[in-house]
Design a protein around this ligand. Structure first.
Ligand code: ZN
Length: 650
């Protein structure tokens, strides 16, 4: 329910604006991660029935999903216009002023570029950070080039910081216009076009971008470079570990060795051009001001700290937390690494970097890449709104955000319960299982399912390499894959069943531990292992010789791991669950048959323990996840029962 009464006319106009905004928003060459917004001036009716001149402007948010009616903020145009030049609204007052001008208290925060939208008199304003427009203005003679190219179409504005500076610059330039211009080009920032309808503003927008596209030229086809040198997963995990330790937080790191990326990185002139600054300072909160060329993370951190110290007096804002880790690493041997606090952010950094590489290469063809905004990159990185955006973005972070967990046996039962809880706690999870459904067990950008047989050592190595390419590391290992063979007393138990049980429940874990150890040693803040063992270790069951023996052996193996790896800071702990019935092993029929065998109701049978508790795979998952948090920072080698209390165990 909104307090803005939208009449038929304004509803139609808003729907049309949304359609056009989605056209722009779905083209990454126009809008990348928050770069751009749109607005509409119309008349709505307030709760008293009075007509209100209204400005709809896109709220903050950076994906296509936010381009809906709910993603636009309706403001009283008169309240916004009173903030225009010559009035100067300082940054720290703008947010409050804009929120107080809203017609609906539940609306999203309007874009920080709202004042520019209000300044332009036309009913519709569309804004993008089109790559081609940025390429033109980010060349050596970008200002002259932009003026000769767009001067008859648009008013040209020199780069100015978003906020009061940009509003003042746009205001002055717009006042001095000839009268037939269709918009504003802000050098080093982007394009605003105006129109009496959304379609007109869109047509004009695309026409200006088309002019820029032709002038920006095309890149010659990439010559096929030599095959990428293979990089060991351990080496990549080590670089990620350094990045995390430098920033003091966990990162997801993506590895890219596509042919065009390698061709770019192999060119020293292009590499050094990227160090001149971002395509638009808007990218700086994702990418940092310049990439790390090579792998000297410590050297980058020193240079970044010096840069902040040198510039900090430019901003009134106290710089409380300094994170000097790079977000983009370009190394001729390793390829491209992009860094984010989660998978979505790392993917956004990758996309921005890909666009930047292509734009830098095209600008170099035009005589040289020179970001028009290079003097203002620091100001934007430490701009109040940017910092507020970062705080807002990290508010949803949990304990395990940015950490990478591997769960074996993740498609069902306890493995699935562990993966679900780790995802819930913010971790990025790789799930392995023999079942092909593992690829679809969870629908989340933070989940990667890989179908494999844990007894296949080569497949294990390949899956670990795939994980490091996708996410950069291995911080948490939960070993839940295991088999429970058909009950068989000694004499009936076959050697084949025994060997198969040992192969999956013990041998495969020994192999996995060996392969995972070098990766866990690079983990952030340190490696953690949780083995899902069994109550059968302390209290074996008749008819379960193979299973009980395998779980006892893997527990002993894991205790040795705790001893051997303590020096690497890796914590290794074990859980002994019992009577977890919501797993693939237990069908309703089997449960009913067992309950009847004991002469119990199903519910009583499920709670056959001292606490009379029902033990679910979710409960085991919660405990496994908790073991991986700081609460257990001083615990390794522990064996914890989760069985509701068992006299034979106690
Ligand atoms: Zn912008």
């Amino acid at each position: 329910m909104t307090s803005v009464a939208v009449n038929d006319q304004s509803a139609t106009e808003l729907a049309e604006l949304i359609r056009v905004s989605r056209t722009i928003g779905s083209d990454p060459a126009l809008v990348l991660h928050g770069g751009g917004n749109s607005s509409l001036k119309t008349t709505t009716t307030d709760i008293t029935g009075q007509a209100v001149e209204t400005l709809y402007v896109k709220g903050s948010g950076h994906d296509l999903a936010t381009i809906t009616a709910a993603g636009f903020a309706a403001l009283r145009l008169a309240s916004v216009r009173r903030l225009l030049p010559p009035v100067v609204v300082p940054d720290d007052a703008l947010w409050s002023e804009l929120r107080c001008a809203l017609l609906d208290a539940d609306a999203p925060d309007p874009s920080v570029e709202t004042l520019v939208h209000a300044l332009l008199p036309d009913p519709v304003v569309l804004h993008s950070h089109a790559d081609a427009v940025l390429i033109i203005s980010n060349t050596v003679d970008g200002s002259a080039r932009a003026r000769s190219l767009f001067g008859n179409l648009c008013v040209i504005v020199d780069y100015a910081m978003p906020g009061p500076d940009l509003v003042a610059a746009c205001d002055a330039a717009w006042r001095a216009r000839r009268g037939d211009e269709v918009g504003l080009v802000v050098l080093g920032h982007g394009l605003f076009t105006v129109g009496s309808t959304p379609q007109e503003a869109l047509d004009r927008h695309l026409a200006v971008v088309a002019v820029a596209e032709v002038a920006a030229g095309t890149l010659p086809p990439t010559p096929a470079p030599e095959a990428a040198e293979s990089v060991s997963p351990t080496e990549l995990a080590r670089v990620r570990g350094q990045l995390c330790r430098t920033a003091g937080r966990a990162f997801i790191v993506r590895h890219d060795t596509a042919a065009d990326v390698r061709a770019f990185i192999a060119d020293p002139a292009l590499l050094s051009a990227t160090e001149r600054g971002p395509l638009t300072p808007d990218h700086v909160s994702w990418t940092k001001p310049w990439p790390l060329i090579g792998t000297d993370v410590g050297g980058y951190a020193d240079a970044y700290r010096a840069y902040v110290l040198q510039n900090r007096s430019r901003r009134a804002l106290p710089i409380t937390e300094l994170d000097p880790a790079p977000r983009v690493v370009m190394d001729p041997r390793l390829g491209l690494l992009t860094v984010g606090r989660g998978t979505t952010e790392a993917a956004a950094v990758a996309e921005i970097t890909r666009h930047t590489m292509a734009a830098v290469a095209r600008a170099e063809q035009l005589g040289g890449y020179r970001p028009a905004s290079r003097e203002h990159v620091f100001d934007l990185e430490y701009w109040l709104f940017q910092q507020r955006k970062l705080t807002r973005a990290s508010r949803g972070d949990s304990d395990l955000t940015g950490q990478v967990a591997l769960v074996t046996g993740a498609a069902s039962g306890i493995g699935r319960g562990c993966a679900a809880q780790l995802l819930e706690a913010g971790a990025t999870v790789v799930g392995w299982d023999l079942a092909t459904s593992v690829t679809e067990t969870f629908d989340s950008p933070n989940y990667l399912g890989i179908q494999l047989d844990v007894t296949d050592a080569a497949a294990v190595a390949e899956a670990l390499a795939q994980q490091i390419d996708a996410f950069g590391g291995l911080d948490i290992l939960v070993v839940a894959a295991g088999i429970f063979p058909t009950s068989a007393n000694l004499g009936e138990l076959t050697a084949a069943a025994w060997r198969r049980t040992m192969a999956v429940n013990v041998d495969a874990v020994m192999e996995l531990y060996g392969q995972a150890m070098p990766l866990l040693a690079e983990a952030f803040p340190y490696g953690r292992v949780v083995l899902i063992a069994s109550k059968n270790v302390a209290a074996p069951g008749p008819g379960a010789a193979a299973y009980s023996s395998s779980k006892a052996a893997v527990t002993q193996l894991t205790r040795v791991a705790a001893l051997e790896w303590a020096g690497l800071g890796i914590r290794v702990n074990m859980l002994h669950p019992d009577a977890v019935f919501d797993t693939g092993l237990w069908t309703p029929e089997l449960l009913a048959a067992r309950a009847e065998h004991y002469g119990m109701s199903i519910d009583d049978y499920k709670r056959r323990n001292l606490l009379h508790a029902e033990i679910t795979s979710g409960a085991v998952g919660r405990l496994a996840t908790q073991l991986c948090t700081e609460d257990f920072a001083c615990t390794t080698g522990a064996q914890i029962p989760i069985d509701g209390g068992n006299e034979r165990v106690i």
